[in-house]
Design a protein around this ligand. Structure first.
Ligand SMILES: [Zn+2]
Length: 207
């Protein structure tokens, strides 16, 4: 628990007590500010007010239910065999919408397996070969001042490269398999990493 009896408390001090990212914490504290439970007394420092405050469980449940319904609509959109444009128009309260005539369902091209095998292979090869930069942090949070500061250039970790972004269409599936199944990564990933380093040719080279 955060001890508010000490008066004003900085976000950094709160973050030391709770296991959430600073962005989430900022969002929560801003909401508490709007609710009148805390008041900002300068910079990233807040103080508890005398306003009673309770967690709005029923409101949170309502909002969560609305988001879940939206998620379900996205899944339904994916699986619909009818016109996709009409599906969206209906969701947006236009029950009179006509079929668009150009979406994959209207034109009968919705079966992904009907794509030429070479084209799919070409797309996969493209996604696997594209260089993905790993951009490292430029800022850090100064625990004493509670503010963001620039990391001096000579202390910054250099930018790097990554092979895959979690779940992407290139190596994503193999990475996921390796991580979730038996913890052993496919040999093809090892080979691809070696090629990545070779093409990137960082100086100095990794040993
Ligand atoms: Zn259509």
């Amino acid at each position: 628990m955060v001890d508010w009896s000490v008066g004003a408390v900085s976000l950094i001090r709160i973050q030391n007590k709770v296991n959430v990212r600073i962005g989430v914490l900022e969002f929560v504290v801003k909401q508490l500010d709007v609710d009148g439970a805390v008041v900002r007394v300068g910079g990233q420092t807040y103080q508890r007010t005398d306003e009673p405050w309770e967690y709005a469980a029923s409101r949170v449940e309502q909002v969560t239910a609305a988001r879940r319904a939206e998620q379900q609509s996205m899944v339904d959109y994916l699986h619909t065999t009818g016109c996709r444009m009409r599906f969206i128009a209906n969701l947006l309260d236009d029950p009179a919408a006509d079929d668009c005539g150009i979406c994959d369902n209207c034109t009968g091209t919705s079966d992904a397996r009907s794509l030429p095998v070479e084209l799919v292979a070409e797309a996969e090869a493209f996604l696997r070969k594209r260089p993905i930069p790993l951009v490292t942090k430029k800022m850090y949070v100064d625990p004493e001042r509670g503010s963001r500061r620039k990391i001096p250039d000579h202390e910054r970790v250099e930018d790097g490269r990554v092979l895959s972004i979690w779940g992407d269409g290139g190596w994503g599936q193999l990475v996921r398999d390796g991580k979730l199944r038996d913890g052993r990564f496919d040999e093809r990933l090892v080979q691809a990493l070696a090629e990545l380093v070779e093409e990137w040719a960082p100086d100095p080279a990794p040993e």
